[in-house]
Write a protein that binds this ligand. Sequence first.
Ligand code: MN
Length: 240
Amino acid sequence: MDTLFISDLHLDNRRPQVINYFTEYLKNLTSDISALYILGDFVEYWVGDDDPAIGLNELFEQIKNESKKYDIYFMHGNRDFMMSENFCHRLGMKLLPDPSVISLNGKDILLTHGDTLCTDDHEYQNFRRLVRSKLWQDEVLKKPLEQRIKLAKDLRKQSLRETESKKEIIMDVNNLAVEKTFLKYNVNTMIHGHTHRPNIHTSSFKDKEFKRIVLGDWFSSSFILRYRNDKILIDKESFI
Ligand code: MN
């Protein structure tokens, strides 16, 4: 039985090859799958459950069908945090809080999107606190759909501009935040996305070994982490 982990697909009708690849991947899964975990930024943006989801509706239908075969879990990222629990249920996905600890082959693993670990980016953390508040979300959801789409596009542009000007290190995880998370949740393995820097980092402190697995984005190739018993496999294929 395999357990799959993905994040940062940033599904968008402007990049149909990513949508097609994911669709085909799900169709062609031959091994037994026990669960699929989607750790945020599944879609490029989500403005509320009346989002037209252009180019995504067929895939959503497929997810619903797949969820009858194995469990599909979804955790919010910084792009799709407005997807409601209700909407997830309609797609057959179970919404997981960030972070969540799961047990896999008798081992506890912490799952997070990863943005909360980037504590050096104070500007982003302030922004995150604002947009994750119920007050802000309630206000935004009162706006007409067109206005919300414009807001999402503006925020995306702004984030692109800021990403260019910020130092690389500021946008990566803060090591102390990572250590604190390991200790707080009493785990020695975590899986996250968000930074778009796929890697497996091992470290040791307090006489223990810790492993942080970072998932890759789906911009130029796919990235699926597959746990088969205790073995880690990575399915990666270029779109170009
Ligand atoms: Mn992200």
